[in-house]
Design a protein around this ligand. Sequence first.
Ligand SMILES: NC(=O)c1ccc[n+]([C@@H]2O[C@H](COP(=O)([O-])OP(=O)(O)OC[C@H]3O[C@@H](n4cnc5c(N)ncnc54)[C@H](O)[C@@H]3O)[C@@H](O)[C@H]2O)c1
Length: 280
Amino acid sequence: MGIDVVILGYGAIGQAVHGLLAEHRSEVRVLGVMDRASLAETDHCRAGAPGSDRVLGPAGLKVPVLGLSRAIEIADLVIECASPSAIRAHGPRITGAGTDLLIASLGALADGRLHGMLTAGPGRCHLSTGAIGGLDLIRASAGTIKAIELETRKLPEALLHPGLPERLRGSITGTTDSGTPKLVFTGSVPEAVQSFPSNINVAAALGLAAGNMDLVDVRIIADPGAVLTSHTITVRGDCGNYRFEIQNFPDPENPATSALTARSMASGVLRLAGRGSHFI
Ligand SMILES: NC(=O)c1ccc[n+]([C@@H]2O[C@H](COP(=O)([O-])OP(=O)(O)OC[C@H]3O[C@@H](n4cnc5c(N)ncnc54)[C@H](O)[C@@H]3O)[C@@H](O)[C@H]2O)c1
């Protein structure tokens, strides 16, 4: 009974998911993790091969660092906690080999072609609810929705990343200097994902749940006084009008991530493992 999983990406979320799943060892066995180095030398990292003896994890939870071939071979499920680029590079091979994939970096799926490849199977493609809720309701009303607005408010440093266009960087860092919140981005989901690939997965989650990315308008506010990361989601449609306000504490290890995300992923994995009763 239970399922065997491998974690792809061992940063703030990956490590937290590992810790949370360790509390449920009889249902979920974490067989290993994949990191940038092991994925770069995939074929040399098969179990027993020279160079495959690295381990990661806290004392008592150490697991081997695996290459992709080995992970696909032994896991029922790969839990992605890395980046959209990791999904682009490795996702199709995982589901194509018949291994299931749980995705945190939903921004990658703003690319409809990649989404199609991942859902073609035979492995199943599961989408994490991540940092927000209400996606069940949006999914249930898909096809009847007229518009979705997302306003995300984050600390300026939670929006910065090396690939950020200079104009946006200046606008965001300017809020730290001024001490005043500022609307730094408005646009579509693909535009949001292009400018903030790892920071605005929530926008892609809304578009995926609604079955249409074009319905979602995204606004991002850099707020130097933000203690919490907030997402205000407004949905208008023929089934009704909905408004969710979600305020998350940032993950202490990575202010760009909400502490809730790892818990959402672990909760999803336990559901896949068949543990407990679940809302569907
Ligand atoms: N769905 C959501 O609500 C939500 C919320 C927060 C974060 N996320 C996603 O989760 C991802 C991980 O978040 P985090 O806070 O743990 O980030 P992190 O930076 O703390 O850790 C990410 C880890 O993955 C590794 N990694 C990145 N790209 C990789 C690749 N191509 N191959 C192998 N390893 C790779 C990094 O080296 C790092 O160790 C984010 O990039 C973001 O896309 C989703």
